[in-house]
Structure formats: C-alpha cells, structure tokens
Design a protein around this ligand. Structure first.
Ligand code: ADP
Ligand code: ADP
Length: 227
C-alpha cells in the first residue's frame, strides 16, 4: 500500500530530513513512528501525502508514484489520506459540525452527502451531543476527536497522525489511540508518530524508530529499542 525505496529529503537550506528510507507498509497495519525531536518523523509522514516532496528515491502510495505525481493529481492522493496534527488545526469560528462539513464541502461533495458523512464521523468519535459547540468550548481531547472526525469523514484508507496526543493528558491520549485502534479494526491503515513510550507499551503494534533521518529499528509487536 505504501512503499518507500531509498527515499531522501534534503530541505532547501541543505538540512537532511531523511536519508535512504526503505519501508513497506501493508493495508490495515497500525504503525507507530518514534524517535527524538528532529529525528525526521514529521518529514517521513509528510512524504506520504506529498506535503513535502522527496528529493531522492521513490514513494508509492496506493499505486500512485508520489514523488513523480503531477501537482494536479496531488488532490487525488490526499483524498485517500486523513491527517491529524498535534495542535488540532480546527477553525475557531466554526462549530464542530461545520469544521467537519467544511472539509467535505471543500472537495465538492453534494450537501446531502456532506451532512450524512459529517454526522456519521462526529458520531464515531462520540461527539454527537456537542455538534454545535465551538472548539474553545471543548477540552483538548474533544478537539482532537473533532480533528479525527474531520480526517475520516470522507472515508480515507490511510490515516496519518503526527503526535496527536502531544498536547493531551494520559487519559485523553489513551482515548485518542483507542479511536485510532477502532478505525484500524475497521481496516484503516494508521501511521502515528509519537514521543509517548507508555502509550506504545500498551499496544501490540509495529514500531519503527527514526533517528538522524534513517530508520534504525523496525520491530513488530511493541518491542523497540530506546537510545
Ligand atoms: P521530527 O518530526 O522527528 O521532530 P522533523 O522531520 O520535523 O523531525 O525534522 C527533521 C530534520 O529536518 C530536523 O533537523 C529539522 O530541523 C529539519 N527540517 C524539518 N522541516 C524543515 C524545513 N521545512 N526546512 C528545513 N529544515 C527542516
Ligand atoms: P448550508 O449548506 O445551507 O450552509 P449547512 O449544512 O452548512 O447548511 O448547515 C447550516 C447550519 O446548520 C450550520 O450551522 C450547521 O452547524 C447546522 N447543521 C446542519 N446540519 C446539521 C446536523 N445534521 N446536525 C447539527 N447541525 C447541523
């Protein structure tokens, strides 16, 4: 589903974000990406949806050659990938419902479909009773659940989460991971970067460790090296 072959990323200022990354991610996997700050975790995630362009190697995502993708085809790639960020990135002047619906309207869905999909996604994250609340009326955990609803509303196969629990307490963090787990059980491929080793210990997943822009361990089922 996702395959990196000798992928490198050199930023415009000369900094090496990624160096010679090789990895294959199968449909339905739950993959944790760990590593110290500045290791290249975000760079790795940004390669998958072409938020950043690789400068070497090849990236294939669902049959699309991401590194060579014509910019007019980037939206087609991105429609298949939901993204969740550490800082939620909700629109403050919009309600929960509007934040989710807006993302669907932006891709041009008819309003009936927008409504049905937004309502279903909000229900899945357990916020039906707060549909008309604004972000500043919600807890951090609730705001992140809205962001997840927005990411999944159009039913993408892949969800990328970059430190989604970075601003949350342990209880809310576990709740977010449980929602991602539920989505994974429904067949979605989840790729989540995190600093939170406790959270990983509780899970039974593949874990890759990135350091200095390279993958230095790739372990199945929750065992990983620390440095
Ligand atoms: P992580 O997510 O693990 O903290 P990043 O992928 O954000 O790491 O960063 C990897 C390296 O690339 C760091 O040295 C960082 O400073 C650098 N980097 C990230 N984004 C940019 C950018 N837009 N321009 C220049 N350097 C960048
Ligand atoms: P329009 O497409 O006419 O702008 P919207 O679908 O955006 O209408 O909805 C208008 C208002 O009604 C918005 O403020 C939205 O929050 C609210 N709304 C629409 N559908 C629902 C729904 N199923 N549940 C809760 N609020 C809804």
């Amino acid at each position: 589903m996702i395959e990196f072959t000798n992928v490198s990323k050199k930023y415009a200022n000369g900094v090496i974000g990624l160096h010679n990354i090789n990895i294959q991610i199968e449909p339905g996997e739950f993959l944790f990406v760990i590593g110290p700050s500045g290791a290249g975790k975000s760079s790795f995630l940004k390669m998958i949806n072409r938020q950043e362009k690789s400068t070497g190697g090849q990236i294939m995502v669902k049959g699309l050659n991401v590194s060579k993708l014509n910019r007019f085809k980037v939206p087609k790639l991105r429609r298949q990938i939901g993204v969740v960020f550490q800082d939620f990135k909700l629109l403050q002047k919009m309600t929960v419902y509007q934040n989710v619906a807006f993302a669907l309207e932006a891709i041009g869905l008819p309003s009936k479909e927008v409504r049905a999909k937004a309502v279903a996604a909000i229900e899945l994250v357990g916020l039906t009773n707060k549909m008309r609340f604004y972000p500043n009326q919600l807890s951090g955990g609730e705001q992140q659940r809205v962001a997840i609803a927005r990411a999944i509303a159009n039913n993408p196969d892949i969800i990328i989460a970059d430190e989604p629990t970075g601003n949350l307490d342990p209880e809310n963090s576990t709740q977010i991971v449980n929602i991602l787990k539920k989505l994974n059980d429904e067949g979605k491929t989840i790729i989540m970067a995190t600093h939170d080793h406790e959270l990983i210990f509780e899970q039974d997943c593949r874990v890759i460790t990135i350091d200095h822009g390279t993958i230095f361990s790739d372990e199945v089922k929750g065992y990983y090296e620390t440095n």
